[in-house]
Every structure is written in C-alpha cells, then in structure tokens.
Design a protein around this ligand. Structure first.
Ligand code: ATP
Ligand code: MG
Length: 395
C-alpha cells in the first residue's frame, strides 16, 4: 500500500487573470475549504498556481474527491513526501514506479530548494538510474514515456508524484455573479445548472409545479436533483424556489388557443423568473433549452418566449447533442434521478399539437384575454424557498 501524505491541487485558468487573480484565488480557496468540512486533513498552503493540502494517508481519496468537486481545480496529484536525502527519495520513487502502469518512464525534477547538494540533471540521472536498475523490464524514454515520476525538491522536504487526476476546470463559483436556473426535473436543466456554475455563476433554482395535478414525488425529485447539484454551488447550498403554477395552467387551459399553450406557459415562466430574479438582485436566467429537441425549442418558439423579458437568458446546452447532455448528467450523477417517471407541470397540461412556429403577435393576441400582470404577481406571492444542502437525503 502506497502512502500519500499531501495533495497537490492545480488551478490553471484562474492564474492567468491578471489583476483579478486574487479574487479568483480567494473564491477557490474558500470553496476548497468548505468542501473539506468534516474530512480530516492537515495544513493547507497556497503557492503560485497551486495548493498543497496535507492529508490523512488512510483517507486521501475522500479528500481528493471533495476537492475534485470544486470548479477551477484543473488536477489533483497525490504526493508521497519524504526527507531530503537521496536514499529516501529513491525508495519513494520506487513505490511510485511499482504502482504505475507502462513499460517506459522518465524523471522530471523541479529543484525549488537551491541548497540541495545535487543539481537537477544530476538528480534526474541518479534517480532514473536507480529506478531502472531495480525494475526489470522498465526502460527510460524521455520523449514519450508511459509515465513520469515528478520530483519537487522543496524546503519542507521532497515531494514525489506520478498520478494526476483531472479536475472539472472552469472558474470558481461566486466569481461570475448570481443567476436563476429554471429546473424542470428532466435531464437537461440540471446539466444547464452544472455548466453555469462551471463558469463561476452562483445559482439559485426555480421550479414550477402544478399541485395537486403534479404529485409530491415530482417535487421531491426536483429537490433531489438540486441536492445533487448543491456541492458545486457557492457555500455548497442552493436556494430552490418552488412556484405554484396551477392557477396559470388553469387559466391557459380555458384559453381558446390550445396549440399556443406551451408557448404561453413558457412566457409566464419567463416573466415569473424575471420577477424573482429582480427581487433577488440576480442578473440572468438560465434554461436547459437546446435547439430543435421539442416543439417549444424551435427558433420560432425561443423567439416568442424570449420576447417577454429583457433579462439575458443563458442556454448553456444550446450546442450540445442529447447524448452529450446525457453523458454530463451521468458524470454528475443526476441522470438516474432525472429519468424517474414523475410527471411535470408541462406534460400534465400538454396540448395535442403544439405550434412549432408561434409568433409574438399570436402570443400577445392570446394573452389579451388574460390578466397577465395579476397572474404573475400572484404566482410570485405563492413562491416559497427551500435551502438545499448535500447532507439531506431526500429519498
Ligand atoms: P428538461 O430535460 O430540463 O426538462 P426538456 O428537454 O424537457 O428539458 P422543455 O420541457 O422544453 O425541455 O423545457 C425547457 C426548459 O424550460 C427546461 O430545461 C427548464 O429550464 C425550463 N422548464 C421547463 N419546465 C419547467 C418547470 N416545470 N419548472 C422550471 N423550469 C422548467
Ligand atoms: Mg422537461
């Protein structure tokens, strides 16, 4: 069993941000610390472009998994630490070589501690020779090695690693402002939420339900999806807003334009979303729309729906294929919950033949029979908030 003592956490993109760097680093560090809440670990130290976290060797994987949920982290390397003498360094390198897979390797040394007696080429030479002579079948390949053993000669000791676990990349949450993500309970919108957070957005969720026509289980499903997204969000929690949409659904049910019902429903959702975003000081709305999937996602529909708001509506999935969306949802663990067969408010009130080419004029004509502002105000007054954290198991 190899003993890892430290994690080397790299954060790429954000180290390039010039004057903003401090703000990005602070947000990243805050989120890393939060993610380690309840997981035993030692000292945490930030140097340029990287963080070192001392770990409990028996639980390094828990620590790594937690850090790997933080946006902005590019990679995590588990590190073997040893004293600054060549015997110890050679033993540590052998441990890594025995664990690695492949038949060729190289050594790459970074000598931060200039008081170490050997030069970098001398270290590479001696260490490479040692590993080679103690590993039958292994060869050195400095251009295309199957694995590399990295050595950092630091003041506090020698750090060795060969494995690098890729992180999520992106920007630390909280560095791009706040936005309201419309969460339906399907496959797409949780992925849209995830991708918004990936670019530094702090998300809040908004779900429309039509109780008693939609069940309590349908709402629990959305709460569970929100719970699965919560570890990624700022402060590892999500404010989920639940809007009682039934009165609007009933009003639309009576409307003499059944083929426009989805368009009108979506226009109401947008207005309510904007109203809530405004109250909460958020500057954008996010949806899980992608182009062409269903009737409400043709360019004509998006045009007619978008016309009711001046807010930026971000659609992170717009260029993705369904399979790509599913791949992300599997990776983040929302897929299995998303496919549970609980009806959502749109399917309950779905018309037979939704219009695929609705126009703004048609929508406005249909809405002239309704008290739009009154219905929106009332729905906003019937919206409640739940704070969702990773810890509550809802199922
Ligand atoms: P999803 O998989 O996210 O349900 P979808 O492919 O079913 O998306 P639509 O039903 O057309 O597509 O919904 C498009 C987007 O509208 C959703 O991704 C979501 O952002 C928003 N939306 C739809 N229904 C609701 C709802 N009941 N509550 C909140 N947002 C909704
Ligand atoms: Mg849906």
């Amino acid at each position: 069993m190899i003993m890892y003592h430290t994690l080397l956490v790299r954060y790429g993109e954000i180290s390039l941000k010039g004057k903003n760097r401090r703000r990005f680093e602070d947000a990243l560090l805050r989120q890393v610390k939060l993610s380690l809440n309840g997981i035993p670990h030692g000292e945490m130290k930030k140097t340029f472009g990287r963080i070192y976290i001392d770990v409990d060797p028996d639980r390094w994987q828990d620590t790594a998994n937690a850090v790997l949920q933080v946006f902005g982290v590019v990679s995590v390397c588990p590190v073997v630490r040893c004293p600054l003498d060549m015997d110890s360094i050679q033993n540590a390198a052998m441990e890594l070589a025995q664990r690695a897979s492949g038949s060729s390797f190289k050594i790459e040394t970074k000598r931060v501690n200039k008081r170490f007696p050997l030069t970098t080429p001398a270290i590479n030479h001696q260490l490479g020779g040692y590993v080679l002579s103690h590993s039958p079948g292994l060869t050195v390949d400095v251009h295309h090695p199957d694995f590399t053993i990295y050595l950092e000669v630091r003041h506090e000791g020698a750090f060795l690693y060969s494995e690098s676990i890729p992180g999520l990349g992106g920007l630390p949450v909280g560095t791009s402002g706040r936005a309201l993500v419309l969460l339906s309970g399907g496959i797409d919108s949780p992925v849209a939420g995830f991708l918004s957070m990936k670019r530094g957005i702090t998300m809040e969720g908004l779900h429309f339900h039509s109780r008693p026509f939609t069940s309590e289980r349908a709402q629990e499903k959305v709460e569970e999806l929100t719970r699965l997204l919560s570890p990624y969000n700022t402060r590892r929690q999500i404010r989920l807003w639940l809007c009682h949409f039934t009165e609007i659904q009933k009003a639309l049910q009576k409307n003499p334009y059944p083929e426009l019902r989805i368009t009108l429903m979506r226009r109401f959702m947008m207005r309510i979303a904007e109203g809530l975003a405004r109250r909460r000081g958020m500057l954008a709305i996010v949806t899980g729309d992608s182009l062409g999937q269903v009737a409400s996602q043709t360019m004509h529909s998006l045009h007619a729906i978008n016309a009711v708001t001046h807010y930026p509506v971000l659609r992170p999935l717009v260029g993705m294929d369904k399979q790509e969306i599913i791949d992300v949802s599997r990776k983040i663990g929302t897929y299995e919950t998303s496919i549970l067969p609980h009806e959502d408010c749109c399917t309950v009130f779905l018309p037979q033949n939704p219009a695929t080419r609705p126009t703004i004029a048609e929508a406005e004509e249909a809405e002239s029979h309704l008290d739009v502002a009154g219905l929106v105000e009332e729905a906003l007054d019937h919206t409640e908030m739940k704070r969702i954290t990773p810890e509550i198991d809802l199922f």
